[in-house]
Every structure is written in C-alpha cells, then in structure tokens.
Design a binder for this molecule. Structure first.
Ligand code: GLY
Length: 568
C-alpha cells in the first residue's frame, strides 16, 4: 500500500545541536523510524512534516511548527486535516509547563436534542454524517490563532504561508490519496452544487498534482485578517450561504461567537511516568488513565506481551472505562464531569473487584461505576519536538473521512460531520459503534464528546514521549497500547507503534483485533474464557516521538498509512 517511503538524507543546512556546546552539522532526514539530534515532526503526510521542520529550522518553536502543520494538513491531507473541523493541542514548554487549547467544534445555536430523529423517534440514517446538518461550527482557525498568539515565536504570516503556497502550487498525490479521492468521487458530486477541486474527469493517479486555489484564497484571508478572515466577512458569508443550499443551520452568529478554549490538561501517573492528555470534551485522557490505573496493580510484563492473559486483563479494563464514558463524559461547559472521581485510585481498584482471571465479564453485566463527585473514521495526529525541548501533541479531525464531504462553495474547504459524535438518541450507536447517555445529548453551543487522546509523557521530570492517533473510539486504547508496549514490554518507539493492536469499547461486547496482533492459539484461549472476537483491517495510525537516553529523538511513524517523520 505504501509505495513512497524513502529515507532521505538531504543537504547540510543547519548548525547547532541540543545539549552540545560544539556546533555540529545537522542533516535533514526523512523516513518512518529516523533518529534526529535536534528537532522532529511526525505527521500524516510528508509535505506537512517537511513544512513543520522548515519552521523549526527558521527558529520557530513547537507551537509555530504545529500551527504550520495544522494548516498544511488542511491542504495536503484533506481526508482529516482541516480548517472546517476541530481538535485538541497540548503544549509542553521547555520548562515542563503544560497547556492545552480545545478547538473542538460546537453545535450551532439552533441545534436541539432530537434534531437527528424522525417523528417516530428513530435516528435518520445519514443525517448526522452526510449532510450540511452534520457539521459543528469549526474550531481549528480560532484554536490555531489563539495558541500561536500565546506561545508562537515567529509571525503568524510566516507559519501560515507554507500552507498557502502548497494549496496554490499543488502537491503530488500519493497512491492512497488518489484512491481515496476516486473512491469518494460520487459522494463529492452528489453532495456539492459546485464541483470541488477534488473532482476531475479522469481518475486521479499517484503523482498527479492537486491544486486548491479557492482554499489558497481562504487561507490568505486568514493570513491577512486573522480570526476575522474566517469567522466573519467573505469566508463566513460563504459558509452561511453553503448551509442555506441544504439543511445546514450554521449562521453568521454561530461563527462570530465561536471561541476556542484553553483548558488545563488532565494529568496522571503510570508506573512512575507522568502522562498529560486532553480533558473533556475529549474522553481521551480519562479513558486512557482509567485503563492504565485499573491495570497498574497487575504485573502486566509477567503476563507476557499479547498473551491471552495480558489481552484479557486490558480488555476487561477497557470495558469498564468505556461504560463510564457513556455515563459521565460530555462537554464540561454544560455538565459537571467528575474527572478526579473517575481517576481516583481507590475507585479504579473497586472497578476491577469483579475482574476474573479465567472468565470474560459480559458487557451486559458491566455498568458505569459510582465515582466520587469532587467537583469514522478519520482523524489525524501529529507530534513535534523542538530544539529547545518544547513539545506539541495535537489531534485534529473532520470526523469521517473527508468529513461530511461537503465543500464550502467558493472557499474550497471541507466541513466536518462531527455532530455524529453527540449521543443522538440514548443507546443508539454512532459511526464508531459508541453509545452514550444524556450527558452527551445535542444542544446549541455545546461541544460533542470526543475520544481524541494527544499525549505527552515525562520520565523523571524530563520529556519522554509525544504520541497520539486517529481512530475515533479506538484512539484511547491505541495510545494505551503504545504506552504499555514501551513501559511494560520495553519496546522502542518504532516497534511499539508498529505492533499489532486490539480494542474493546464495552458495547458492542467484542474484542476487535488486527491480524498481526496475536496468533490462533491466543485467539482460541480468549474464546475459551468467553470473549467474542472480530478481526479488522487496522486500528489507529500513531505518530510518535520518543526521547532516547542520550537526548536524541526517535520517530515512530505508523506503518499503517502515509505517515512521515522529518527531523534534523
Ligand atoms: N470524531 C472522533 C473523535 O473526536 O473522537
């Protein structure tokens, strides 16, 4: 599938080395599992990784690079990169201080609880995924402008310009992208009154250049007018006009009122490693830290990597964490979320009291716990480490592949179908098979619950790992396995990322697994103790960076997908 993985050693361009007083030539490297001395980017496309590293070489920090990557992904990876969607970005500055910007979409003000139900109360198929009504108010542009304003070192113009050039001049499509665009062609035609740049008469093939002049103009308006270039003026009118061509309800007021939010990341520990990740409205950190907290009392390493015993233990913890997700997680601006209760060690021990080593607990017997109240699949993740030791973990999404498939006419960008991440009707699963309760029901101005799990890990107070993944509901368990592969099973980051994966989300009650995850013997053992299994093609596409003991950086760009690491 992946035909263009070329380790590339380019010309000497830079002097300097982290932790070294002697100036040293640093070589630009590209590949999947490269090692770099100074700065590194791992993202879903080689163009965005290259652009991120160029920003670092210009003296930008991890936030400058991240903002440049985010806009570049909107051009070169329209499957998930976006300005019509949203995400979560965590920044750890060189002194170890952490912050997070939540640029998750919000439901439009006219949204209401039953908007995706027919008169009989059933969910109308496709309404929350394939139509103008499927979109939340996009958050990416405000999120990028805010985090850049707070932490960036370079000018905003410097960090957005590479994406504008990429949109105007075009870039060569990979095999997989040409196939994605050809596969989606009819949907683009059916859902758009003006044909977008993604549609042409002949089928796309690898190496063809995709140019997006309207997107370039939209990005120029953002470059020249900042927030106003998107949330008001021409772009806002184009968005509102596009909504009126169908059943869309995003209006000028929704756009004018959208604000990204800085929130304190959720932090926890696993076997001495400090883990920093995204709080509600993402369920990512809570699910990840609940699973890790539930398995920490067990000697996972002694059970053996991907033995039936270790898979059984992790899956039983996953079921309990996802049962809590459905009951307790939603938008913290609308409901009090008992995060500290859900992560309390005593609570997590109690959750595992009915764990049996020799029998699967059916999901029908697992209910959400009672924590103390102290108070599609396309998404993409990128990781950045800068030469000063700053780091960014960011996950961004349109929700489904190419989002709703609806391109804002005249503005050239795809809209998300993130409304499907709300619980449309209690107990009815969304495109990820996730069911939820009233805490995540639709309401105007509310953020839909996410599973995005960008993580930054520290060991002994020093940066240790940056990671994250797409995969909807499977994101937290994917990230969890990368962490346990490194922490419990002593893998380096490349092996930890490439290892086969499995996933359980309480409902439906089954283990989903990749063919490479375990052998027939293990499969049979799991069935014997009561698990149901279903093989699937792949789980997640992790982009990770690990700091090696000597201070150099090692990339883990997932073998699943186009992922590319650049470093120097
Ligand atoms: N749309 C996928 C997620 O936010 O988890």
């Amino acid at each position: 599938m992946i035909k263009r993985i070329i380790p590339l050693f380019s010309l000497v361009l830079f002097w300097g080395c982290k932790g070294s007083s002697t100036p040293q030539v640093l070589i630009n490297r590209e590949g999947r599992n490269i090692i770099a001395d100074s700065g590194m980017v791992v993202s879903a496309h080689s163009e965005s990784s290259r652009i991120g590293v160029e920003i670092l070489r210009k003296g930008g920090n991890a936030v400058d690079a991240a903002v440049a990557i985010e806009f570049a992904l909107a051009v070169c990876y329209p499957e998930a990169g976006n300005i019509g969607g949203g995400g979560f970005m965590i920044y750890r500055d060189p002194s170890g201080r952490t912050d997070m910007v939540d640029y998750r979409e919000k439901a439009p003000l006219k949204a209401h609880r039953d908007m995706f139900l027919d008169p009989e109360g059933s969910v109308v198929p496709g309404l929350s995924t394939d139509t103008r009504l499927a979109s939340g108010v996009p958050g990416t542009v405000d999120g990028m402008i805010n985090i850049h304003g707070k932490y960036g070192l370079l000018s905003f113009r410097d960090v957005i310009q590479p994406a504008i050039d990429l949109a105007r001049n075009g870039f060569p499509l990979t095999d997989e992208q040409a196939a994605d665009l050809n596969g989606f062609r009819q949907k683009f035609i059916d859902r758009n009154s003006i044909l977008p740049a993604f549609v042409r008469n002949d089928p796309w093939k690898a190496g063809d250049t995709l140019k997006q002049p309207e997107l370039a103009e939209t990005l120029e308006r953002i470059r020249d007018s900042g927030r106003e270039g998107f949330y008001s003026g021409k772009t806002a009118s184009l968005i509102a006009g596009e909504m009126e061509k169908g059943n869309g309800i995003i209006g000028l007021k929704d756009l004018a009122e959208y604000q990204a939010a800085f929130r304190a990341p959720v932090e926890g520990f696993y076997r001495g490693f400090r883990i920093v990740s995204a709080p509600p409205p993402s369920g990512g950190a809570v699910i990840l830290l609940q699973i890790l907290g539930m398995v920490e009392p067990f000697q996972l390493k002694d059970l053996g990597f991907h033995s039936s015993a270790s898979i059984h233990l992790l899956v039983e913890a996953e079921k309990r964490a996802y049962a809590d997700r459905a009951e307790y997680l939603g938008d913290p601006d609308f409901t009090e979320i008992p995060v500290s209760g859900l992560l309390d060690q005593g609570y997590l021990r109690k959750r595992m009291e009915d764990f049996r080593e020799d029998t699967a607990t059916p999901s029908s017997e697992i209910r959400a716990g009672h924590p103390l109240r102290h108070e599609t699949e396309e998404t993409t993740h990128y990781s950045v480490v800068d030469p000063m030791g700053g780091a960014v973990a960011a996950t961004t999404t349109l929700n489904g592949t190419f989002g709703s498939g609806i391109v804002i006419g005249g503005a050239g960008f795809l809209m998300n179908n993130q409304m499907d991440d709300f619980s449309l009707k209690p107990g009815t699963p969304n495109i990820y098979g996730l069911s939820g309760g009233s805490v995540n029901s639709v309401a105007g101005g509310k953020r839909m619950l996410s599973s995005m799990t960008p993580v930054i890990l520290e060991k002994d107070g020093k940066l240790f790992m940056v990671a994250g993944s797409p995969g909807g509901s499977t994101i937290p368990t994917t990230v969890m396995q990368v962490i346990t592969n490194v922490v419990d099973f002593d893998m380096d980051i490349a092996n930890a990322v490439d290892a086969g994966r499995f996933h359980h989300q309480w409902l439906p009650d089954r283990i989903e697994y990749e063919k490479t995850a375990f052998d027939r013997f293990t499969e049979n053992k799991l069935k014997e103790i009561g698990h149901t299994l279903r093989e699937r093609e792949s789980l997640g596409r992790v982009n990770a960076i690990m700091v090696m003991p000597d201070g150099r950086l090692k990339a883990g760009a997932d073998r699943r997908g186009l992922n590319s690491a650049y470093g120097y």
